[in-house]
Design a protein around this ligand. Structure first.
Ligand code: AMP
Length: 475
């Protein structure tokens, strides 16, 4: 485990990383950052989800000269969405440095961008076309550039940006450091590297052969903002006896376990900030069944050994195949079958294929259960619960009232209402996903969806009462 402290990252960046909740460097960061800090050019083979953005952003920030007011680094990205994301990540990392990054992309008012460029940001992230536009207008000068990043270079080439990129690179000084990141390394990328880079070092995560245990593996393509709703829906459908949910950062773990509790699930979080005693308390709750969901970071989960975990959910995709195999190894132990469920955002699907390749396993794609399917599982669980209660019931206090009701009302209507009451907690949790909400719908969105913004915040709908522990035994 390499920490950012071990890598000699300066104090303000370390502080920002701590706020972001990263516990240790991801494999690509561990490899790329030390090389980039020496000033060498790098070709990094890494996909979205591996932590590649911080892998190039941290060296940029370390090498920046704050005392000079000029543009010192540009990161070129294929899409406006990515340009914004990269800029946001840089700004989060630079929180204690008084440095700013500005995203420049097509579709936004050029006048507004010109105004922002006049303030001379230290770092600019942008899409090729719009960057070139500003260069031509002379509203952006690249003669003080010390570092250039080409992010998702293969995508940019696929989108026909090669010429634009070359024209931008020609505007930058000869003497500079170039970092190129790409998920794949086709010939045109190698050509680009040969022409514009200086003895680049290839950095990739060794796809160490790892074999996935015999666990049923599935993945769902889920938009970031839908993840929490999908998780709740799956928890209702899967009804896991004991589940471990993996989140990327400490903050994520805290937010997720809070949000789950607000929805009535019995969950607690485990991460590196907890001391041994706090960890023991959480683990004991999990072992004794006082909670049935453990939310954890990779680091925190490393030391745990619990038998009987039936489901592992990768709420955030793991950063490399090894960590995937490690995570899903938490389930399916002692001859029992386990299930591993991974969420991948549309941009992260490539990671799923890398994991499949390295782990020599098949991860089956599944579609998100509909509200109707989730409802059906909830009904099924209520019926099972009812049967068990009827079989176990010794209590005669309600018998008189029951037979009076049966004399007066239809028996089907009565049982149906009893079932409805039994499933109340779960039914109340069902919320439409943003992707399912018809565009013409005037219905206000649920609070929980509105407030759940990617990494930032989960706000549960508010539990209508804790889910009863007994519900577990009716599966
Ligand atoms: P990327 O591959 O750059 O798109 O990063 C994917 C996500 O991982 C982003 O939300 C990052 O903020 C997050 N991330 C990057 N590095 C780490 C790390 N060392 N530990 C945990 N999360 C990270």
């Amino acid at each position: 485990m390499t920490t950012f402290h071990d890598m000699g990252i300066s104090e303000p960046i370390q502080r920002a990383i701590k706020d972001m909740g990263f516990e240790e460097a991801s494999p690509i960061q561990e490899k790329a950052i030390p090389i980039a800090l020496t000033g060498k050019d790098i070709i990094g083979q890494a996909q979205t989800g591996t932590g590649k953005t911080a892998a190039f952003s941290i060296p940029i920030l370390e090498k920046l000269d704050k005392s000079k007011k000029n543009v010192q680094a540009i990161a070129i990205a294929p899409t406006r969405e990515l340009a914004i994301q990269v800029s946001e990540e840089i700004n989060r990392l630079a929180k204690y440095m008084g440095i700013n990054s500005l995203p420049i992309y097509g579709g936004q008012s050029i006048d507004r961008q010109i105004k922002a460029l006049k303030k001379v940001p230290h770092i600019i992230t942008g899409t090729p076309g719009r960057l070139l536009d500003h260069i031509k207008r002379k509203t952006l000068r690249l003669d003080s550039i010390k570092m250039v990043v080409l992010d998702e270079a293969d995508e940019m080439l696929d989108m026909g940006f090669l010429e634009d990129i070359e024209r931008i690179l020609k505007e930058t000084p000869e003497e500079k450091q170039t970092l190129l990141f790409s998920a794949t390394m086709p010939k045109p990328i190698q050509n680009l590297a040969e022409r514009f880079m200086n003895a680049p070092e290839l950095v990739k995560i060794k796809a160490k052969e790892v074999t996935a245990p015999s666990v049923k593996q599935v993945y769902y393509e889920v938009k970031e903002r839908d993840k929490f709703e999908v998780l709740c829906r799956l928890l209702d459908v899967d009804n896991p006896e004991l589940a471990v949910i993996f989140g990327r950062t400490k903050r994520r773990v805290d937010e997720l376990s809070d949000a789950l509790n607000k929805r009535g699930y019995l969950a607690d979080g485990l991460h590196g900030d907890l001391n041994q005693r706090q960890r023991d308390v959480v683990m004991n709750k999990f072992r004794e069944g006082n909670i049935d969901i453990l939310v954890a970071t990779d680091v925190a989960a490393r030391g745990i050994d619990v038998s009987g975990v039936t489901h592992v959910y990768n709420f955030d995709i793991p950063q490399d195949p090894e960590s995937y195999v490690h995570r899903i190894g938490r389930t399916g132990r002692a001859g029992k079958t386990g299930q591993a469920i991974t969420f991948a955002t549309p941009r992260e699907i490539g990671q799923i294929h890398s994991i499949e390749k390295a782990s020599k396993g098949k991860i089956q794609r599944k579609s998100i259960p509909t509200v109707a399917e989730a409802m059906e599982s909830i009904q099924r669980a209520a019926v099972e619960k009812m049967i068990q209660l009827v079989e176990e019931d010794q209590d005669t206090r309600f018998k008189q009232a029951a037979s009076e009701l049966l004399d007066q009302y239809d028996s089907t209507a009565l049982v149906s209402i009893a079932l409805k009451l039994l499933s109340k907690d779960q039914r109340d949790g069902l919320v439409q996903l943003t992707s399912e909400t018809p565009r013409y719908s005037k219905k206000p969105k649920e609070k929980s969806m509105r407030n759940y913004k990617g990494n930032r915040e989960f706000v549960g709908k508010g539990a209508s009462g804790k889910r009863k522990k007994t519900s577990r035994s009716y599966r």
